[in-house]
Design a protein around this ligand. Structure first.
Ligand code: F6R
Length: 284
């Protein structure tokens, strides 16, 4: 099985799928992921390169991961030989910290979809190995190399920050950036404080895939639900392509799927057009 390829020539498109509920959004997003991962079918597993999945943490994709787990149970998908690449990792948490993105992905993805933990790649940023700026630069390069050596990411699963960030590429991030150290925005630290005993415990820095790294994935699937994401979604889908809204790179990507519930779609101006296009009456 060859890796899925992005459409070429006139085939590039950004699909906007507006669902009636978060549960339906999770099902649609899981379908969009599987459509971009032909290698995730059991019968295809020995027929070429194994699938490579880019993994977001956070609340948004949890239902999607549960749906992928159900597809595995129904024998419609298989991730036994897949590789997973995290979008990002906090700098400075002790190895094994329950809020480290490695631990979260082991719990919320590996255990759910049957991805082997030794095939889960996460940028190395633990407290034990935290070192010099040069050391982080080397680790960031190593991470880029691991992605390339795996054949590139077939499908990158994404959430969106309320400030429009992708991964931890905060507003102002270079559109062509690669994996590197980033400082978390104050908004992001406040949003993520819910996972820590004390807001002061939220790390200040991270290693994150860059926007250029994310854009190289053959398919992007972004899921957003709830009214808190409506402004960011509108900026990403209908605003200017700009570093001010990092998620606006989806407009430029040749194969992007944006899956929303009604609340997250509430500030889109072209909603009826997206609905018509999704019903097969046009191509966005
Ligand atoms: C997670 C990540 C972030 C989140 C975003 C949304 O790895 O990189 O970009 O996707 O902050 O988080 P939730 O889904 O918790 O609202």
């Amino acid at each position: 099985m060859q890796h899925a390829t992005a459409p070429v020539g006139g085939g590039a498109r950004m699909q906007v799928l507006i669902c009636t509920s978060p549960a339906q959004a999770a099902r649609s997003a899981a379908s969009a992921v599987l459509a971009g991962l032909p290698g995730a079918r059991k019968e295809a597993c020995n027929d070429g390169l194994p699938p490579v999945l880019g993994l977001a943490t956070g609340s948004s994709p949890l239902g999607l991961y549960a749906e992928l787990g159900r597809a595995v149970e129904r024998s419609e998908a298989w991730f036994g030989d897949a590789q997973g690449f995290a979008l990002d990792e906090y700098i400075g948490l002790p190895a094994g910290h329950p809020q480290s993105y490695r631990r979260i992905l082991e719990r919320e993805v590996c255990a759910v979809i049957g991805l082997a933990t030794h095939r889960l790649h996460v940028p190395d940023a633990t407290a034990e190995t935290t070192g010099t700026a040069a050391g982080f630069t080397r680790r960031a390069h190593d991470y880029e190399r691991q992605i390339i050596d795996a054949g590139g990411i077939d499908v990158q699963i994404l959430g969106i920050g309320v400030n429009g960030h992708l991964g931890f590429n905060e507003p102002g991030s270079a559109l062509s950036s690669r994996t590197r150290v980033k400082r978390l925005a104050a908004q992001t630290r406040a949003d993520n404080a819910r996972f820590f005993a004390d807001p002061a415990d939220v790390p200040t820095h991270c290693l994150t895939q860059g926007l250029g790294t994310i854009a190289r994935a053959r398919r992007l699937v972004l899921i957003a639900t709830g009214s808190g994401k409506a402004a960011a979604v509108a900026a990403a889908v209908e605003g200017a392509l700009s570093a001010s809204c990092p998620a606006s790179i989806l407009q430029w990507h040749p194969d992007a799927v944006v899956v929303l519930d009604g609340a997250a779609a509430a500030r889109l101006r072209n909603r009826s057009y997206y609905d018509d296009a999704a019903a097969g009456l046009g191509t966005p």
